[in-house]
Design a protein around this ligand. Structure first.
Ligand SMILES: Cc1cc2nc3c(=O)[nH]c(=O)nc-3n(C[C@H](O)[C@H](O)[C@H](O)COP(=O)(O)O)c2cc1C
Length: 438
């Protein structure tokens, strides 16, 4: 065995990761496609802290005083807005990326705690519709699985313009996951890699999107709230245009947001962090006089009740979770550590969503592997997790003297770093200073 030369100095520019990626690219001629969100360290909710009450504020008693959590989404135009018991929703994840069992488990878990789940690129499955009390139907550039009957069966419609993991790009579903059922729903050949479109074929900008939104309202008898989902980039302008086009709800997905599969170069180099996107979105809504009227859902790296409470304090009406919901279902659990190792992965890693060999039965279309997920048990786990997120967020809100999660405000927060302070537009801890502001 050779002993490393102690005088060998690692290069900060060409570190070991960079060297091995160049070697891999040179060897294979293939760029890296993976799942999950950005892995680089970014300013995030961990860089914010709450100012709990003491003399100048009055906290609420945890076990005696209420802190409500309900939220109504999309009551600007729709006859039937969504009434959710908690402001934590399940983000759109496609049947194709996920097994039928996983989609069903998401519906079960969300319904148990009174929140919504969302379809995805690939259409609505009967299992998912059957088990979801509130189901948001995605209308995507790919149009896979899109049909007016399913639009009418949904409780809300989400027009997807982009995702935080890949704003400006389309999704991928590799051939190994295009089984007969997935191919049938997408009207695609089996076993062939599918690359979704990056933009909608029937409009080019907000003016014709406004016409499309009216069309969708007409098809669904003006009953359902219309969401517009954007990947976080030029968020201030995008949110203004989404409101102009007629959205009842705007979903802003930051660059930490998960994906089933896309190019690594996209995930790591396109978009802005969730933390930076929220104040831009809120500013746009406030300037139009529609903050809290056109509702804001934020996603991208939400993991805990603290993240939920911080997103809401910055001005979100609700949040959406993707990756964390899959972890809660039981994906990549240590139970399957050996099988993940055999796949060249590790329990707890989400790079391999696209490979379709998930032993936990969640991100696979293999009928045998899919059986490993019991939708009832998965749903129970998800419901438990959502309850914990809610209780954590309530704990923080009470400590700030708030009797409803929606009453959290930027004034309750400080930042730990200059970057987070500038992005989130809350003062650096112990100062009144917000870089670029005062
Ligand atoms: C497995 C998987 C599949 C996804 N499929 C879709 C999709 O079909 N449509 C979509 O708009 N977003 C899709 N997303 C993105 C999520 O809707 C959401 O924006 C993102 O997961 C939020 O970030 P988080 O994973 O950090 O919670 C997917 C994400 C994952 C992890």
């Amino acid at each position: 065995m050779t002993t490393p030369n102690p005088a060998l100095r690692e290069s900060a520019t060409f570190d070991r990761g960079v060297i091995s990626e160049i070697q891999r690219a040179a060897e294979t001629g293939i760029y890296d496609i993976r799942g999950w969100g950005a892995k680089r360290k970014l300013p995030h909710f961990d860089d914010l802290l709450f100012l709990g009450a003491s003399m100048s504020r009055y906290p609420l008693e945890g076990y005696r005083e209420k802190c409500d959590t309900d939220v109504v989404l999309g009551d600007r135009n729709a006859k039937f807005p969504l009434h959710l018991d908690i402001p934590i929703t399940i983000a759109g994840m496609s049947f194709g990326a996920l097994s039928g069992q996983a989609k069903e488990a998401l519906g079960r878990g969300a319904s148990e705690v009174g929140t919504s789940t969302t379809t995805g690129d690939g259409g609505m499955t009967p299992e998912e519709r059957g088990q979801s009390k509130n189901l948001v139907y995605q209308y995507l550039p790919s149009r896979y699985g899109m049909n007016p009957d399913d639009l009418r069966k949904a409780d809300a419609i989400e027009i997807v313009l982009g995702q935080g993991a890949k704003p400006g790009g389309g999704g991928m579903l590799l051939g190994q996951k295009i089984t007969e059922r997935v191919a049938g729903m997408r009207t695609l050949p089996m076993g062939v890699d599918q690359r979704s479109a990056c933009r909608h074929p029937d409009w080019t900008g907000p003016d014709d999107l406004a016409i499309k939104i009216i069309e969708l309202r007409e098809i669904t008898n003006w009953e359902k709230p219309i969401y517009i989902k954007v990947g976080a980039t030029r968020t201030y302008y995008d949110v203004k245009l989404a409101v102009k086009a007629g959205a009842d709800v705007v979903v802003v997905d930051g660059m930490q947001g998960g994906t089933a599969a896309t190019q690594d170069v996209f995930i790591e180099h396109v978009g802005i962090p969730t933390l930076a996107a929220i104040p831009q979105a809120v500013q746009a809504l406030q300037e139009l006089g529609v903050h809290r009227k056109v509702h804001l859902i934020v996603s991208g790296g939400i993991r805990s009740g603290a993240d939920v409470a911080k997103a809401m304090a910055l001005g979100a009406d609700a949040v959406a979770i993707g990756t964390a919901a899959l972890i809660a279902l039981g994906d990549n659990s240590p139970r399957y550590a050996k099988q993940y190792e055999e796949l060249g992965s590790a329990a707890g890693f989400y790079d391999d969503f696209q490979a379709g060999k998930d032993p936990a039965g969640i991100t696979t279309q293999d009928p045998e592997l899919s059986k490993n997920l019991d939708p009832v048990e998965g749903g129970r786990r998800l419901a438990n997790y959502l309850r914990v997120l809610t209780m954590e967020a309530q704990t923080l809100a009470r400590a700030c003297g708030k009797s409803h999660l929606r009453n959290l405000e930027p004034e309750d927060l400080v930042a730990l770093t200059i970057e987070a302070s500038a992005m989130a537009r809350v003062p650096l801890a112990g100062t009144n200073w917000i870089p670029g502001r005062y």
